[in-house]
Design a protein around this ligand. Structure first.
Ligand code: FAD
Ligand code: SF4
Ligand code: SF4
Length: 465
């Protein structure tokens, strides 16, 4: 059969009626047969345009060709030359706007399902573990510190360990992964996958210290005094934004961050076995339409909400969430109220949420972001009864480190740390990457930043020597 005649293999998912009853993974992954068929669709292009779409530079045609030859061990090793977290990326990377959009098949046919092939290999490796580890040459006594164990910090730590440095990673929470653990729910990223990949980082020799808040438990100055010669800050953007409407302080209004942390990290979905309650009720409105909002609304549905809805002031076209996640949410019975903005949240005289007043919107001229500005339609206000409201309109960096350390250049408006082309902050020897420098980004963008920062740190440390 000619290569372009093989149809792109669809990723199978669990039945929506079943999956809304639990937190088990929704997407099932490719079978071996599907992976082999999909691998055969790759044209092995000489110019390899797909690689340009991958922030960690995976040699995509090479690993896909190894799959086609059934050399799965060789293929996963090829990926791991560049990517320390393939099982995670294969699941949550926005492939459709990264590597796959650069595939030459786009336009003529559907692109090669690169992300699903990556996931297939990572899952295969879980069943066929590889005892051999990357060779670490030139082991050095130089100590480097990493703050934050999200995808940026984990990647920087892994790369620095591979360069031979003594790496200590400090994480303020009791486990690693950052948003991967406290934000993205189990039904999109199972914890055993996350544990497997974070354990891999530890096995490279990275020492991970939990429950340490840099800026409070130790300051940046303490780390330098303790002999660390360079520091990477990957503390993310965990500070929730609110809309600024009346009623946001009522009981039953959560920030997305708090709602998801209670459920994912503190196991509220297993209450009372775990002592973390979370209020859901019958009607839940989630304000926003990014990945975070879609995760919140799907969690609310699984926690028993009869009506779980997205309220978003722009249209579906502008919704920043991954298309696949929006589709999955729709299959699960999530209601979408586009072109709708909340005006105020009302209570039931006991300080608890009872309703939200909204107004309908229409799209006007493009604003500074290039997206058409939503404009209220006068007289279209209406009251929506709700038990819970989750605000998921975005988040920014926590200012703790920049406030407790003199000399950081910080973007005045966003609070993001400013860095130069080498990922160095305004303070010599301190590097940063991921959401702390760009606001809410993506897992793979954070990993790419961690990787490039590690290369720059290695260069810096060699120059210092
Ligand atoms: P984070 O992942 O935020 O990690 C920062 C870590 O630093 C955390 O563990 C935090 O506890 C720790 N920390 C903070 N302050 C300190 C301190 N002072 N000292 C020590 N440790 C500290 N992106 C995608 O590509 N695909 C998706 O499907 C997707 N879904 C998402 C769903 C949700 C709910 C959210 C919130 C985001 C999602 N994103 C997604 C975005 C993506 O997760 C982030 O862009 C990415 O995690 C940023 O990585 P990071 O390492 O910069 O920060
Ligand atoms: Fe594509 Fe992401 Fe994998 Fe890179 S890490 S090849 S961008 S799915
Ligand atoms: Fe294969 Fe597409 Fe990359 Fe070409 S661009 S090598 S077809 S994945």
């Amino acid at each position: 059969m000619a290569k372009d005649k093989i149809a792109r293999q669809a990723l199978r998912t669990r039945d929506p009626n079943e999956r809304i009853k639990d937190f088990k993974e929704v997407a099932l992954g490719f079978s071996e047969e599907e992976a082999l068929l999909e691998a055969k669709r790759c044209l092995a292009c000489k110019k390899k345009p797909c690689i340009a779409g991958c922030p960690v530079d995976i040699d995509i045609p090479a690993f896909v060709a190894l799959i086609a030859k059934k050399d799965y061990r060789g293929a996963i090793r090829k990926i791991k030359e560049k990517n320390n977290l393939p099982a995670i990326c294969g699941r949550v990377c926005p492939q459709e706007t990264q590597c796959e959009v650069c595939c030459v098949l786009v336009g003529k046919d559907k692109p090669v399902a690169i992300g699903s092939l990556e996931r297939f290999l990572a899952d295969w490796e879980m069943d066929n573990p590889d005892a051999s580890m990357p060779k670490i040459e030139n082991k050095s006594d130089i100590k480097v510190a990493v703050a934050g164990s999200g995808p940026a910090g984990l990647t920087a730590a892994a790369e620095l360990a591979k360069f031979g440095y003594r790496v200590t990673l400090f994480e303020s929470l009791s486990s690693s992964g950052g948003v991967l653990r406290y934000g993205i729910p189990e039904f999109r990223l199972p914890r055993k996958i996350l544990d497997m990949e974070t354990d891999y980082i530890g096995s490279l020799g990275v020492e991970i210290n939990y429950n340490i808040l840099i800026g409070r438990t130790f300051t940046i100055e303490d780390l330098f005094k303790d002999g660390y010669k360079a520091i990477f800050i990957g503390t993310g953007a965990g500070l929730p934004y609110f809309i600024g409407i009346p009623g946001e302080n009522l009981n039953g209004v959560y920030s997305a961050n708090e709602f998801l942390t209670r459920v994912n990290l503190m196991h509220a979905y297993e209450f009372p076995k775990y002592k973390t309650p979370v209020r859901v009720g019958q009607r839940v409105a989630v304000v926003g339409a990014g990945n975070t909002a879609i995760d919140c609304v799907r969690v609310a549905k699984r926690l028993g909400a009869k009506d779980a809805m997205i309220v978003y002031r722009r249209s579906e076209r502008e919704a920043p969430a991954r298309l696949a996640e929006v589709e999955h949410a729709r299959e699960e019975g999530i209601e979408f109220r586009f072109l709708t903005a909340p005006l105020k949240i009302e209570d039931n005289d006991k300080g608890e949420v009872s309703s939200m007043t909204c107004i309908k919107m229409e799209l006007g001229e493009p604003d500074s972001s290039g997206r058409r500005r939503p404009v209220p339609i006068q007289g279209s206000e209406y009251v929506m009864p709700v038990d819970t409201v989750v605000i998921a309109i975005g988040q920014g960096p926590n200012p703790l480190i920049s406030h407790t350390t003199k000399g950081f250049a910080v973007d005045e408006k966003s609070g993001e740390l400013k860095i130069d082309v080498n990922y160095m902050t305004s303070i010599k020897g301190i590097f940063a990457g991921g959401d702390i420098t760009i606001g809410e980004g993506t897992v793979i963008a954070a990993m790419g930043a961690g990787k490039r920062a590690a290369v720059a740190m290695d260069r810096y440390l060699k120059e210092q020597k």
